[in-house]
Write a protein that binds this ligand. Structure first.
Ligand SMILES: Cc1cc2nc3c(=O)[nH]c(=O)nc-3n(C[C@H](O)[C@H](O)[C@H](O)COP(=O)(O)O)c2cc1C
Length: 218
């Protein structure tokens, strides 16, 4: 609710339309009452990555939700893949993959590549995705995605339903239109897609940046 004094617009609880979008502590939604469920895979959101496997001559793409960063120096990641995926043997044989982070425009392709197999059809063709050479690996990237992590597999760990492919991130490829004049990546320009509990989302408004909560006011 707005009230106006001294010609300046003020809002109750410091809650202005665009600037302060995080409510003060007293106004937080209460999540205190809990239910207890059995252990499961409910970590959300995760990136629904379009992972490319194989080579330029024989590429395939599948959607992967079970991925993450494991180490900073050296940069390490993983993808967890079921043995029955067509991509599984390609990963075993080629020992490389590319994590392509999709933008919101690609949500249909992301879902399609996660429910149809490269055994049966060419997912690049069906979804109008363009494989293009990467920099450090023989696996192609997907041109339509804004960000790409080039990965070389170092270990495989059978965990049960899935095999974890541990990998070094040997290169990062960033689309030029997401880089500003100072050479910095402007991540909001990537329009990244998120996946949470079986549904796809776009990212919301930026709420802060790393360390902002302790930053001294100028
Ligand atoms: C959002 C989403 C996330 C997925 N995450 C994984 C995953 O982490 N690991 C996996 O093995 N399959 C995952 N899948 C299923 C595979 O992408 C799917 O079985 C795909 O058809 C396999 O393709 P392929 O047979 O061409 O390798 C996911 C599917 C969707 C839609």
């Amino acid at each position: 609710m707005m009230n106006i004094s001294n010609g300046k617009k003020k809002t109750r609880n410091n809650f202005t339309k665009n600037k302060r979008i995080i409510p003060p502590e007293k106004k937080r939604i209460s999540y205190k009452k809990k239910e207890y469920w059995k252990g499961g895979t409910l970590l959300a959101p995760v990136p629904p990555a379009l992972v490319t496997v194989g080579t330029m001559e024989h590429p395939n793409v599948l959607t992967i939700g079970w991925t993450g960063i494991l180490n900073t120096i050296p940069p390490k990641t993983y993808i967890s893949v079921r043995k029955e995926r067509y991509s599984y043997q390609m990963l075993m044989d080629n020992r490389e993959f590319v994590i392509n982070l999709p933008c919101t425009d690609l949500v249909k392709a992301v879902d399609f590549c996660g429910v149809r197999s490269g055994r049966d059809l060419d997912k690049f063709k069906e979804m109008h995705l363009t494989p293009a050479p990467a920099n450090h690996v023989s696996t192609p990237l997907i041109s339509e995605c804004p960000l790409h992590l080039e990965c070389k597999i170092t270990d495989t760990i059978n965990l049960g339903s899935h095999t974890m492919f541990l990998a070094d991130i040997v290169g990062t490829i960033v689309s030029e239109n997401c880089i500003n004049q100072d050479g910095k990546l402007e991540i909001e320009k990537c329009n990244l897609l998120a996946y949470a509990h079986g549904a796809y989302f776009s990212l919301g408004k930026q709420l802060g940046t790393f360390g902002y909560s302790v930053k001294k006011k100028k």
